[in-house]
Design a protein. Structure first.
Length: 319
């Protein structure tokens, strides 16, 4: 078996230093374009395969971005990751994904991410204060995406309270008077904000809302919760869910019991994925959100002098 071609082999064949070949392959500005082209052509002809780990050691950067989320079964995260990946690929970065079991992540998770030598992190989860301190102590750039961090760190977030109001107004226009909200964990601000907006809008017309936060980290937890609601007999006449995934779980229960109750989700994943049936959903521009989060993170990685924290809010509508 032939040994793997290295930059030393290319340098010997080309008649230059290893450093010259290395900088040419990294597109360094101090190497002329004709020389770069010749070295790249020779590298291709010799069958050279780029060694990312070696390049990382030489350059001090991995050109890899971490993405952190909490539910690998939720297609929303893959839609967003696809948009993020497209933008990062144009910038010459690759990605590595990380999973945490809850919507908040700890200092332990930060240590795990740092050990993978990524240049920065895009997180769909909120750091605990200890996790945020660990990142600051290590000068590690991070941007939280989709969720508001209330000044803890940089973020690109959705106007979640307005999202709840949008859903409520849609139900109110159709005359529904016994609404229910199924939220995520009770210490997740975006979940609480969606419920607050939903509740407040119904209160304007004197209607009380059933607000429920499901503090569990189990598969199909929304379906299990709503199954108990059906069995109790105390049924709502409309349901607003924290996410489309939650909405589809509720709809599966309604279908099994042959019940006709309208459901509104959140994130509008049907815009990117063709799914059976029709689900009304609070929607926003996921591509714009991804682009803005990546731009914010790359500015931090490249030493942007702007003060922290940065925040950007994305508007919502119903589709």
């Amino acid at each position: 078996m032939n040994n793997r071609i290295t930059i030393k082999d290319i340098a010997k064949e080309f008649g230059c230093s290893v450093n010259c070949v290395s900088r040419a392959l990294m597109d360094a500005p101090d190497i002329s374009e004709p020389t770069k082209a010749k070295i790249r052509k020779l590298a291709d002809e010799m069958g050279y395969v780029y060694n990312k780990n070696a390049a990382t050691l030489r350059a001090g950067k991995s050109r890899t971005i971490g993405i952190l989320f909490d539910n690998m079964l939720n297609p929303f995260f893959y839609i967003m990751t696809n948009y993020i990946w497209d933008r990062l690929d144009r910038e010459g970065y690759s990605i590595v994904t990380f999973k945490n079991s809850s919507a908040l992540f700890s200092e332990t998770v930060v240590r795990q991410i740092l050990s993978d030598n990524v240049d920065g992190l895009l997180s769909f989860l909120i750091p605990t204060p200890d996790a945020q301190k660990a990142m600051e102590d290590n000068s590690f750039p991070m941007v939280v995406i989709v969720r508001k961090t209330n000044g803890l760190c940089d973020c690109v977030y959705i106007n979640d309270e307005e999202g709840g109001r949008v859903a409520a107004r849609a139900f109110i226009q159709q005359g529904y008077k016994k609404p229910m909200y199924l939220g995520e964990i009770s210490d997740l601000d975006c979940s609480v904000d969606r419920g607050r907006g939903f509740k407040d809008e119904f209160e304007k017309i004197g209607v009380k809302t059933s607000i429920n936060y499901i503090d569990l980290a189990v598969v199909n937890k929304y379906a299990a919760f709503f199954e108990n609601v059906v069995r109790s007999g105390d049924m709502p006449d409309c349901v607003f869910c924290f996410s489309d995934l939650a909405a589809y779980e509720v709809m599966s229960v309604l279908d099994r019991y042959k019940l006709d109750i309208p459901v509104i989700g959140y994130d509008n994943i049907q815009k990117e994925i063709l799914l059976p049936g029709t689900l009304k959903s609070v929607s926003y521009d996921k591509k714009e959100m991804s682009e803005r989060a990546v731009s914010m993170l790359l500015n931090k990685i490249n030493g942007s002098p702007e003060s922290l924290p940065h925040e950007a809010c994305i508007g919502v509508g119903l589709e």
